[in-house]
Design a protein around this ligand. Structure first.
Ligand SMILES: Nc1ncnc2c1ncn2[C@@H]1O[C@H](COP(=O)(O)OP(=O)(O)OP(=O)(O)O)[C@@H](O)[C@H]1O
Ligand SMILES: [Mg+2]
Length: 147
């Protein structure tokens, strides 16, 4: 059976640091169509900015490229996909480990740990030289009763 997509927004922007905050706020606004708590919206903001900063910092390190963010509402679930066509990740399992970073001098290696912690689902698809696709999903913990 086909899933009904109830709403969808797609954003494309160059990998400039200034766009990280834009994506973070835009996704949170889109997400607020569901009954997320303010804490959950904050978690979504953090997850989105970590994924988008990774695309800017690691995916397009030293160059500029295009980032695509797709938000979907399917039923009571928010799905967010962050895609880049940058360097890719050679070992996704390793990238997900706490404190693993390819830039130990500058970074903590915790971004993806937060994404995994704050979202219900995280799937990373990546190919070195081709790019990275980060899929994440989250549903509100509580459903408001409408009368
Ligand atoms: N979009 C991406 N393109 C290429 N490599 C990536 C991408 N996202 C993550 N990585 C790789 O995965 C590693 C782990 O990412 P993670 O966000 O957990 O840590 P970090 O970005 O290194 O540090 P922090 O997020 O704490 O600043 C990165 O160091 C990088 O090598
Ligand atoms: Mg990171």
């Amino acid at each position: 059976m086909m899933e009904t997509i109830e709403n969808m927004v797609e954003m494309r922007f160059p990998s400039k640091a200034a766009n990280i905050g834009f994506a973070r706020t835009a996704v949170a606004l889109f997400a607020s169509q569901l009954e997320f708590t303010l804490d959950e919206l904050d978690e979504i903001k953090i997850a989105v900015s970590e994924a988008v900063s990774n695309a800017v910092i690691h995916g397009y390190k030293g160059t500029e490229g295009e980032i695509t963010v797709i938000c979907r509402l399917t039923g009571n679930r928010l799905e967010v996909t962050v895609k880049d066509e940058g360097r890719g990740i050679s070992n996704v399992q390793q990238a997900l480990e706490p404190a693993f970073t390819t830039e130990p001098e500058e970074r903590m290696g915790l971004g993806l740990v937060f994404v995994r912690e704050y979202m219900d689902e995280l799937v990373i698809d990546s190919e070195p030289g081709k790019g990275t696709c980060v899929f994440m999903a989250k549903s509100p913990s509580q459903t408001r009763v409408h009368s």
